[in-house]
Design a protein around this ligand. Structure first.
Ligand SMILES: NC(=O)c1ccc[n+]([C@@H]2O[C@H](COP(=O)([O-])OP(=O)(O)OC[C@H]3O[C@@H](n4cnc5c(N)ncnc54)[C@H](O)[C@@H]3O)[C@@H](O)[C@H]2O)c1
Ligand SMILES: C[N+](C)(C)CC=O
Length: 489
């Protein structure tokens, strides 16, 4: 098996230690690839390459239209190689190939969106209050950006960082999750093919506590953009204080899905299921906290469990599969413990709550789609991010109660509300403390709208214009057209 390499200063190189990591297919635990294992010294090399490239200024002074052209080419190449990328993503994560194809379309869309925006910002002239002067505001690249991504949407989360950073003229070092680096490696090949200059994009492949920690602490890095868990986010925030680097954090969620009795029942059931069991619940914005009006609780749970019992688990490469495995044995254990603790706290298992018995699934990290009732807001199973295929169900009687339950979380990433009463929906969303709120929908996102969290779900925004601004510094330029001595001293 050819060992996949890191990309530093325009060269594909083995790590300094020559250590290698096996990449595992979560469906059957087969080794699907081997990648070089970077450490702190490789990371320093990559940072130094990005620093030199930025200080040289070739990329930041390339006309924005030319940068846009290259970013657009990356989108084209992603679509050209969509099938290969989708299959790689499914091998690596266990998600269905159909879902991965959708991800690749979204990813190409993100590169296109930022290519489109790249040359639109010409700065702003300010109405200066000082006579004989010109005052203007321009946006410049931040500099050297470290980008750290998780395993659940490996290339999608990478694209949200790569595209705006490139469009605005930064240089960067990316570290994908050590569990799922394959599509990110492939996209670095595509960026090379698209003509991104040497040293502008660098890729290191290794563990969080070595490579990730170095990226966060190194004082030659100007910005660290991270997507992942809250505990890691806190460590990165601390490490980033070394040189007060800019930080952008996209962290976890424990997202409420409020269902009123007057909602379209069938659609709400269908989407409540989709909101959690898509990608086996391994989604930051999964609607795992269902908060349902008491009068429809029994019929809702009954309808939901009937549908959930039919979810087909299997290989992402089998067309009939609807839900794949957990990413790893470690994560499977975490999900199983999370449910067991919930049961000890008093939750009742309506369906699932264990591993499947199907002999064909025993080599994979599968967990059954699970519904827990009798849940109350004080339980850990309701408060903690399980990041698995588990719905907890709470009930409410009044609108105020529903909002109170929805907001009772340290997180504030996303949430949904289902009702046919437009005024009620608007009253609810105005009070819901989350970065994204859906009315009669769930889990939708697109490049044009910002994504990010309130409270401990993060700092900053990705996607949209705000996602681009994260990669710029704002400079005010004041030009005195008639300089004169002040005569004070
Ligand atoms: N808000 C969002 O948009 C969003 C999107 C996807 C995933 N997530 C969150 O990601 C989490 C799941 O992903 P995960 O398990 O890969 O998260 P994680 O925090 O364990 O790892 C994420 C990345 O951080 C690296 N890392 C680990 N320790 C580090 C350290 N000390 N310093 C620097 N980097 C370090 C890892 O190697 C990996 O690349 C969930 O909490 C999920 O909600 C959030
Ligand atoms: C941000 N999103 C929804 C694409 C993936 C979250 O895990």
């Amino acid at each position: 098996m050819t060992v996949k390499r890191q990309f530093i200063n325009g060269e594909w190189v083995h790590s300094n230690s020559n250590k290698v990591r096996d990449i595992i297919n979560p469906f059957n635990q087969e080794v699907i690839a081997q990648v070089t294992e970077s450490d702190e010294t490789d990371t320093e090399d990559a940072i130094s390459a990005a620093r030199k490239a930025f200080d040289l200024g070739e990329w930041s002074t390339t006309p924005a239209t030319e940068r846009a052209h290259i970013v657009n080419k990356i989108a084209e190449f992603i679509l050209r190689d969509k099938e290969e990328l989708a299959e790689l993503e499914s091998l690596d994560t266990g998600k269905t190939v159909e879902e991965s194809r959708g991800d690749m379309d979204d990813i190409a869309g993100v590169f296109r969106y930022y290519a489109e925006l790249a040359d639109k910002d010409g700065g702003e002239i300010i109405n200066s209050p000082i006579p004989n002067s010109v005052s203007k505001v321009v946006h410049e690249p931040v500099g050297v950006c470290a980008q750290i991504t998780p395993w659940n949407y490996p290339l999608l989360q990478a694209s949200w960082k790569l595209a705006p950073a490139l469009a605005t003229g930064n240089t960067l070092i990316m570290k994908p999750s050590e569990i799922t680096p394959l599509t990110t490696i492939k996209v670095f090949e595509l960026m090379e093919e698209a003509g991104v200059p040497k040293g502008v994009v660098n890729l290191v492949l290794g563990a969080g506590n070595s490579v990730g920690a170095e990226l966060s602490a190194n004082t030659d890095v100007d910005l660290v953009s991270f997507t992942g868990g809250i505990d890691t986010g806190k460590k990165i925030m601390q490490a980033a204080s070394s040189n007060v680097k800019k930080i952008a954090l996209e962290l976890g969620g424990k997202n409420p899905n409020i269902i009123f009795a007057d909602a379209d029942f069938e659609v709400a059931v269908d989407q409540a299921m989709n909101a959690v069991f898509f990608h086996a619940g391994q989604i930051c914005s999964a609607g795992t906290r269902v908060i349902v009006e008491k009068s429809i609780h029994d019929s809702f749970v009954d309808a939901l469990s009937k549908r959930v019992n039919k979810i087909k688990l299997g290989s992402g490469f089998d067309k009939s599969t609807q839900m794949g495995p957990m990413i790893s044995q470690e994560h499977l254990n975490k999900v199983a413990n999370y449910v067991e603790n919930g049961i000890k706290e008093g939750a009742a298992v309506v369906t699932g709550g264990k591993r499947p018995e199907d002999p064909d699934l025993q080599n994979g990290f599968f967990y059954l789609p699970t519904i827990l009732t009798n849940c109350t807001t004080d339980m850990k199973v309701v408060q903690d991010e399980g990041f698995g295929p588990v719905i907890t169900i709470e009930t409410f009687n009044t609108e105020e109660e529903a909002i109170k339950l929805a907001n009772d979380s340290i997180y504030g990433l996303a949430g949904g509300v289902w009702t046919k009463d437009i005024a009620k929906a608007e009253r609810c969303v105005a009070k819901m403390r989350m970065g994204t709120v859906w009315i009669n929908d769930f889990n939708l996102y697109f490049p044009h709208a910002p994504w990010g969290g309130f409270k401990q779900s993060g700092i900053g925004r990705e996607l949209g214009r705000l996602g681009m601004e994260e990669y710029t510094e704002t400079k005010h330029i004041f030009h005195n057209l008639k300089p004169e001595s002040i005569g004070w001293f």
